[in-house]
Design a protein around this ligand. Structure first.
Ligand code: ACO
Ligand code: ACO
Length: 157
């Protein structure tokens, strides 16, 4: 047996555990914004050797749709494919449970995220104009652009 082999797993986050805001804050600007959805979301964590290094949170929109409200991977483990594994998990979990579609939103400047989401089969669905300027007190700049609109993508299951 290779003792250096890493043990990775995705598991349901238990409500009595402390929320890993340090991860959630990679995907959202403020705890205030996160608290608007996190307490009624179903949360899964990605563990490596029992250390939490990734997360996603899904909120029920209606009987047919779920939305991934937050997905994040610890900075030192980004680019290894963990984000795509979390998305695959969310897709198969929602499919198994009979949901018709899965939504995910991101900003106008999130080029990498837009690439990954489309690679995983999400398609552009809606533009929420001025979402970031209306909902956040401070201006947010990413990839040299001011965040203004939220792009909502949808995957039919
Ligand atoms: N433009 C396009 N593609 C890029 C770019 C870029 N600038 N940079 C990297 N990529 C590609 C890589 O080549 C790779 O694609 P490939 O597998 O086809 O080669 C892919 O992006 C990275 O894939 P993963 O390794 O699976 O992604 P990772 O584990 O890093 O997770 C995530 C992605 C969750 C976005 C992570 O980087 C992260 O936590 N970022 C900060 C938080 C964040 O932005 N979260 C999403 C906000 S939206 C929301 O939460 C609903
Ligand atoms: N993601 C994000 N930004 C990128 C990427 C990338 N993958 N690759 C390069 N960039 C950035 C560069 O960093 C630079 O930005 P910066 O000035 O802030 O650093 C910018 O893109 C490039 O700017 P320019 O040098 O002014 O652009 P260029 O002279 O190359 O012209 C154009 C852009 C017209 C798209 C050219 O590359 C081209 O002819 N491409 C092929 C034809 C094409 O795609 N045309 C547009 C089709 S849509 C239409 O025609 C209506």
């Amino acid at each position: 047996m290779n003792l250096t082999q890493k043990k990775d797993r995705i598991k349901l986050f238990k409500a009595d555990q402390e929320l890993p805001y340090h991860l959630l804050l990679l995907a959202d600007e403020t705890i205030e914004a996160i608290d608007k959805y996190i307490h009624d979301s179903e949360i899964y964590i990605y563990e490596r050797d029992q250390k939490t290094i990734g997360i996603y949170a899904c909120q029920l929109l209606d009987g047919e749709s779920l939305e991934i409200k937050n997905i994040a991977v610890s900075e030192e483990y980004q680019g290894e494919g963990i984000g795509q594994k979390l998305l695959s998990h969310a897709i198969s979990n929602a499919t198994k449970r009979g949901f018709k579609n899965l939504m995910i939103g991101t900003s106008n400047a999130a080029f990498q995220q837009l690439y990954i989401y489309q690679k995983m089969g999400f398609r552009f669905h809606k533009v929420l104009k001025n979402f970031f300027t209306d909902n956040y007190k401070k201006e947010i700049v990413e990839n040299g652009l001011v965040l203004n609109d939220m792009l909502l993508l949808k995957k039919d299951l």
